[in-house]
Design a protein around this ligand. Structure first.
Ligand code: C2E
Ligand code: CA
Ligand code: CA
Ligand code: CA
Length: 276
């Protein structure tokens, strides 16, 4: 028994070593990709509830590792945060997104994700202002998405930054609403325009009756506060019908109408669907 344990330990150790090495090399590759601006940017369209008109798009970064292939943002975004290089990625995304959006029909908004770290440092304000200035995009066409958990560190600074951005004309959306460190007080404290309801409210919507009650409640709350409602993660016709019948969305973002796509594909779709 003793020997078997020892072997098992050795195996365990080896796999730990390997995983550590893999992680280190992933970190190095990520740093390089961000430094050389070689990450890609996809756009996921947002629609009116009928799905006939595009109202904007969310910019989502994409990374293809030279050996591992595509890596999920759910893996590399937290890694970039941990490495302290997320702000560099944010800058790239903002710069590219506002340049891209200049070529869209001019009633379309582009939405960019900010991370926790971005909201702890006032430098983000001039980064965004400069990018907008260079692109000549009207500030009202840029939306910033913030997550509830992303605000936990320093709420006062986050609020100051967001208030300034909002006063410049940008719109602010709270992302993944209803998950994580769900704190209703953010609705009161932050200068928000929109609530993006997390897709966990949509999953099982047509199977679990309680889900509809939850969704309706959250939507009601948001609208009472004068906020627009984006429902994320709508995948099926049944979900869409239930959301529409219950008047639960002002804007829909989900695979049912459009997945994240490269710039070229998005602009083609946008030109077709923006003036309907
Ligand atoms: P998110 O901000 O909530 O973005 C929406 C995610 O949901 C995207 O995943 C999108 O592909 C996915 N999605 C959209 N519609 C549907 C649907 O109908 N069904 C399902 N199952 N999923 C849907 P993605 O692109 O993998 O990104 C994951 C997360 O990574 C994002 O969640 C966001 O938090 C983060 N992220 C992605 N790009 C960036 C970035 O450039 N900067 C920052 N800070 N975070 C990013
Ligand atoms: Ca988002
Ligand atoms: Ca300008
Ligand atoms: Ca979300």
């Amino acid at each position: 028994a003793k020997r078997r344990d020892k072997n098992r330990w050795t195996l365990f150790e080896a796999s730990m070593d390997q995983r550590y090495t893999e992680r280190q090399s992933m970190k190095a590759a990520l740093r390089e990709a961000i430094r050389t601006h070689s990450m890609d940017l996809f756009y996921q369209p947002m629609f009116n509830p009928q799905g006939t008109r595009i109202v904007g798009a969310e910019a989502l970064s994409r990374w293809i590792h030279p050996e591992l292939g595509p890596v999920s943002p759910a893996v590399y975004i937290p890694l970039a945060e941990e490495m302290g290089i997320i702000s560099e990625l944010t800058c790239c995304v903002i710069e590219r997104a506002v340049q891209d959006a200049r070529n869209w029909p001019d009633d379309l908004q582009v939405s960019v994700n900010l991370s926790a770290h971005d909201l702890n440092d006032r430098a983000i304000v001039s980064v965004i202002a400069d990018a907008l200035d260079r692109s000549n995009l009207a500030p009202g066409r840029l939306q910033l998405e913030i997550t509830e958990s992303g605000l936990m560190n320093d709420l006062k600074t986050a609020r100051e930054i967001l208030t300034e951005l909002r006063s410049m004309g940008m719109s602010i959306a709270i992302d993944d609403f209803g998950t994580g460190y769900s704190s209703l007080s953010y609705l009161d404290m932050l200068p928000l325009n929109k609530v993006k309801i997390d897709r966990s409210f949509v999953r099982d919507l047509t199977k679990v009756p309680k889900k509809l009650k939850l969704l309706r409640g959250v939507v009601h709350l948001a609208r009472e506060l004068g906020l627009e409602v984006v429902v994320e993660g709508v995948e099926t016709e049944d979900q869409l019908v239930m959301i529409s019948d219950n008047n639960c969305a002002d804007i829909i973002q989900g695979y049912i109408f459009g997945t994240p796509m490269p710039y070229g594909a998005f602009i083609e779709l946008a030109n077709k669907l923006s003036q309907n």
